[in-house]
Design a binder for this molecule. Structure first.
Ligand code: BMA
Length: 349
């Protein structure tokens, strides 16, 4: 029955986003996990053409798939066959279709390369990359080809797959070439609008567009690069818990709880003002060393906010400590199972 519930929820969410009504969806929050069907902790899909894509770390632990699965398009702009983490684009297409067929939602992020240096998204060694990509810039023609490759890939998935597209994310920090001091507010807005305008000119009109800056920057910074109500359907935010510099888990957890509440408070005010759906587009605690993270850290931080979904990042198959959801045999898996049974957290049976 949860399947029916989710399908209804998904349809309602999309209807809401389109109609720009209240973002509140009966107090339900969909749970999402990045790359969930493609690989997990110490395993990956080997032969995607013949694989039914039934394995999932999340399902291994709680018996249900995430309601929303995220994938990353980094590399599609080069015409690569696999994304930046080695996931074949054919597998991403199939996983999106299979997940949608089960009643779930899909979200795409995009870590494209640096169009000036050929480096990755994190290559900020050269300024002016956004300016170079925009109209009048020396890389504009090539940039439009990049957009075309991304649009063609998304177009190949089929209109029955409901996709939340989240390009140019975490744009208030300085770690990506499209972020922070590496471009002006106007250049960023133009980058986002150019992307949506181009996709729509290619007939890719069914996407829900998510604007998802990094958190802890405040409402004014959030809005300083907002692409505009005509360009955004979901207002998201990315915030992680960090256990750095010898601080205790308790201190890290308390800082996270406070930060998430502050972030979601201003996000809720902005989403309400602009008539958008709000979401917690990326979060997590790498390695999940806090055995009560789901029930005592994440859940109390989000439960009172009308977020459409919360997505935790990937479980790398080739980096043992890089995971954000539990896996079968993980010592703290029980806490996630408890979280998955809360009435207002939605998974996919
Ligand atoms: C980061 C890490 C990287 C990965 C990138 C894109 O946060 O998980 O290992 O390449 O996301 O998926």
């Amino acid at each position: 029955m949860k399947h029916v519930v989710l399908t209804t929820t998904a349809m309602a969410l999309f209807a809401m986003a389109t109609a720009c009504c209240s973002p509140k969806q009966e107090g339900k929050i969909l749970y999402g996990h990045q790359d969930d069907l493609a690989y997990g902790h110490a395993w990956k899909v080997e032969d995607w053409r013949s694989d039914a894509l039934e394995r999932s770390d999340v399902r291994d632990v709680c018996g249900k798939y995430p309601a929303i699965v995220g994938f990353d398009l980094g590399g599609i702009e080069m015409g690569d066959s696999c994304n930046l983490d080695g996931v074949p684009f054919g597998l991403i297409r199939k996983a999106a279709q299979v997940h949608a067929g089960r009643g779930g939602l899909v979200t795409f992020s995009w870590h494209p390369r640096n169009i000036v240096t050929g480096g990755d998204s994190w290559d900020v060694s050269t300024e002016g990359v956004v300016a170079a990509a925009l109209e009048g810039g020396q890389k504009h023609e090539e940039f439009m080809l990049w957009l075309q490759r991304a649009a063609d890939f998304i177009g190949s998935i089929g209109p029955e797959v409901k996709i939340i597209f989240r390009p140019w994310h975490e744009n208030l920090g300085n770690w990506f070439w499209w972020g922070g001091t590496h471009c002006t507010d106007a250049e960023y807005v133009s980058l986002y609008r150019t992307t949506r305008d181009f996709f729509e000119s290619r007939g890719i009109t069914g996407l829900q567009w998510c604007y998802s800056p990094n958190g802890n920057a405040g409402a004014d910074a959030y809005m300083s690069r907002y692409p505009g109500d005509d360009y955004v359907d979901y207002m998201g935010i990315d915030t992680y818990e960090g256990v750095y510099g010898g601080i205790s888990l308790e201190t890290a957890a308390e800082a996270y709880r406070q930060e998430v509440k502050q972030n979601l408070t201003y996000l809720q005010a902005l989403a309400t003002e602009h008539g958008k759906v709000m979401c917690f587009s990326e979060t997590g605690l790498e390695g999940l060393q806090d055995g009560k993270w789901w029930t005592e850290v994440l859940y109390p931080s989000i439960k009172d906010f009308p977020i459409a979904y919360v997505l935790t990042w990937r479980n790398a198959h080739d980096k043992p400590g890089h995971f954000y959801a539990p896996w079968k045999g993980f010592e703290h898996a029980g806490d996630f199972k408890t979280f998955s049974e809360f009435d207002n957290i939605v998974f996919l049976d």
